[in-house]
Design a protein around this ligand. Structure first.
Ligand code: CO
Length: 281
């Protein structure tokens, strides 16, 4: 059976000290996709679009997951971590009760492209200890399913474990390349009880009858509308690269203010107060 997927066009915004990002989750068209709070795609070969980077800024109440498709960034945080993020690498940061960090480009020319995803935490974890994990490109398992190649950054796929297992967010994050005339059917159960989306990086692909162009998000499943049956991805005469991301909905109220995402207004006021009074570190 086929059912058409909802497509979300990205909104172009300036973030950090002036980095151009293309946002899909976290816009009026798609406020949240529980547990996902925000998805930014950055992709430019113009230094002006990325050179200013993301100087010191705080986060509280959720996880950030950054995947660098191309480029070189340096992460520094208030836990004392310093992480080199290079082409094909990723970074998982559980901000929880509070992290201040910077993410700065280590290049002055060439392409910088990648994604930053914000994943919510359940209330009981929002004020837990922060954690940081760097995922090197060579630590990401590569699977072959038919003629598709899958880089499994997080979660499990048909018995294979990704580079990261996160029992808090139940994140599945896969970078999928389909050749011309490519086809991939997601394993049964992969979408059960999950929110899910696809995002096109290069080339157009089809997802259960819906054509998804590059730089577009396709909503596959939400907490209120699970995906019916098997999801089939395919290409025609051109190859395509995309990401598939799924997570288990949390189903709790969301109170958000900039980089703070809690459950109530009072907790947001507390976050602002804690940050202003240097209680994040
Ligand atoms: Co940040």
């Amino acid at each position: 059976m086929t059912s058409s997927l909802r497509l979300i066009q990205a909104s172009r915004l300036s973030e950090g000290a002036g980095v151009t990002v293309h946002r899909t989750i976290g816009t009026p068209a798609l406020r949240t996709l529980d547990p996902f709070l925000m998805l930014d795609h950055f992709n430019s070969n113009r230094a002006d679009d990325y050179i200013a980077g993301f100087p010191d800024h705080p986060h509280r109440g959720f996880v950030t997951f950054t995947y660098l498709l191309e480029g070189h960034m340096l992460h520094r945080d208030s836990m004392g971590h310093e992480g080199d993020l290079v082409t094909g690498g990723a970074q998982w940061m559980k901000a929880a009760r509070g992290v201040i960090h910077s993410e700065m480009p280590q290049q002055t020319e060439g392409r910088m492209s990648g994604f930053q995803l914000w994943i919510n935490l359940p209330a009981r974890e929002k004020l837990s200890d922060p954690e940081y994990r760097e995922i090197l490109p060579e630590q990401i398992p590569r699977l072959r399913e038919g003629n598709a190649e899958i880089r499994l950054l997080a979660g499990s796929w048909a018995g294979h474990e990704g580079a990261l297992t996160d029992p808090l967010t139940h994140l599945l994050y896969a970078d999928i390349t389909l050749p011309p005339q490519g086809a991939l059917t997601l394993p049964e159960g992969l979408l059960a009880g999950r929110s899910a989306f696809l995002y096109g990086i290069e080339g157009t692909f089809r997802a259960s009858g819906t054509e998804v162009p590059p730089e577009t998000l396709a909503v596959v499943a939400t907490p209120h509308s699970p995906f019916p049956g098997d999801l089939r991805l395919s290409t025609e005469s051109a190859p395509s690269r995309l990401i598939l991301v799924t997570g288990r909905p949390i189903g709790e109220p969301v109170a958000a203010y900039g980089p703070f995402v809690m459950n109530t207004r009072e907790e947001i006021e507390r976050a602002i107060d804690d940050y202003r009074n240097n209680r994040f570190v």
